[in-house]
Write a protein that binds this ligand. Structure first.
Ligand SMILES: Cc1cc2nc3c(=O)[nH]c(=O)nc-3n(C[C@H](O)[C@H](O)[C@H](O)COP(=O)(O)OP(=O)(O)OC[C@H]3O[C@@H](n4cnc5c(N)ncnc54)[C@H](O)[C@@H]3O)c2cc1C
Length: 291
């Protein structure tokens, strides 16, 4: 297969090229999804628009009440960032769980979101944190909630010529604990059978806010608002966490495949949710606010 390789120097040029070339073009970040997809015949775009030459797309910076993670930032950068560890420990945990050192050194944040596979490791943590995604379009920029970015298996809200530029995390309040848990058939280089991110905001011993997101058990990463509702107003306890875990298992929509049956995945979700909530609660009560 022949490719035409484009190397735009700016985000605006990349968007314009993407719009002009339409469905026959693909943005290339680290290539860890795209290259295997070509090998499997799943990707057929003849024009590759490389993002690597565009300045400003890679980096992690805190500015006031927002942590900005550029879309070309590698998963390895996220895994070792002290800023991410402070703002959203669940995201750092998810990054450390992804692939292997070699994959993490090439894989980017943007690629993990934009390929939109349901077992992608980074989205659940972003969902529970209420993160936003900044999208460059041929006509300017727009932000969408991370929870609204995924519209189906391998489908996002991105239109022709639209490019993810940043993941934006809001500052965590005092009393927040987050945690990412995942189960895979091996410890390294294995996709998640199921994954869970949990957030608890605890004020004076009471859960003032909560969110749970599941990965690999529905066509898209999904929040479970009924579990958050159940947790809100309660006091952290094994019994409450078990009820929330049951709600999440019932809300999940897993398929059975080579990595596990649907029933197995539901049982795994129940265990992971309970575990994630216990660990998020411990963090909520022991760690201070971001400074
Ligand atoms: C051996 C192996 C193991 C893996 N293990 C895991 C794992 O455990 N967990 C996991 O989550 N993933 C895993 N992956 C998948 C992959 O590494 C990640 O999803 C990675 O983050 C993708 O990033 P990338 O930069 O390589 O994306 P690319 O391959 O460059 O791009 C992926 C897709 O996103 C689009 N895209 C990329 N950046 C943008 C952007 N900024 N704006 C718009 N569109 C964009 C591309 O056009 C393409 O369609 C694994 C892959 C391999 C090969």
């Amino acid at each position: 297969m022949e490719f035409r390789y484009h190397r735009p120097a700016t985000v605006a040029d990349a968007c314009a090229l993407g719009q002009r070339l339409g469905a026959g073009a693909a943005f290339l970040a680290g290539g860890t999804e795209l290259v295997p997809d070509y090998q499997r015949g799943r990707e057929t775009a003849g024009d590759l628009i490389a993002l690597a030459g565009i300045p400003g797309l890679r980096g992690i910076e805190s500015g006031g009440d927002t942590l900005r993670i550029g879309s070309l930032t590698t998963v390895a950068d996220v895994a070792r960032s002290p800023l991410v560890a402070r703002w959203l420990p669940a995201l750092a945990e998810a990054a450390r769980a992804l692939g292997s050192p070699a994959i993490r050194n090439r894989a980017t944040v943007g690629g993990n979101f934009c390929r939109a596979v349901s077992c992608a490791d980074l989205p659940p943590a972003a969902l529970v944190a209420g993160a936003r995604l900044r999208i460059a379009t041929p006509g300017g920029a727009r932000d969408v909630a991370a929870a609204e970015f995924f519209v189906g298996a391998r489908r996002t809200v991105l239109g022709p010529g639209e490019l993810l530029t940043d993941l934006l995390l809001p500052a965590p309040p005092a009393g927040r604990g987050t945690r990412f848990e995942r189960f895979s058939l091996r410890r390294g280089m294995a996709l998640a059978v199921a994954s869970v991110a949990a957030r608890l905001d605890v004020e004076r011993g009471v859960i003032a806010g909560a969110a749970i997101a599941l990965g690999a058990v529905a066509p898209t990463p999904m929040l479970v608002p009924e579990a958050a509702e159940l947790l809100r107003g309660g006091r952290p306890s094994a019994a409450l966490f078990e009820r929330a875990a049951e709600v999440c298992a019932a809300a999940s929509l897993p398929i059975g495949d080579v990595r596990g049956s649907a029933g197995h995945r539901r049982r795994v979700v129940r265990v992971l949710v309970r575990r994630a909530l216990e660990r998020a609660a411990a963090r909520a009560t022991t760690e201070g606010p971001v400074s």
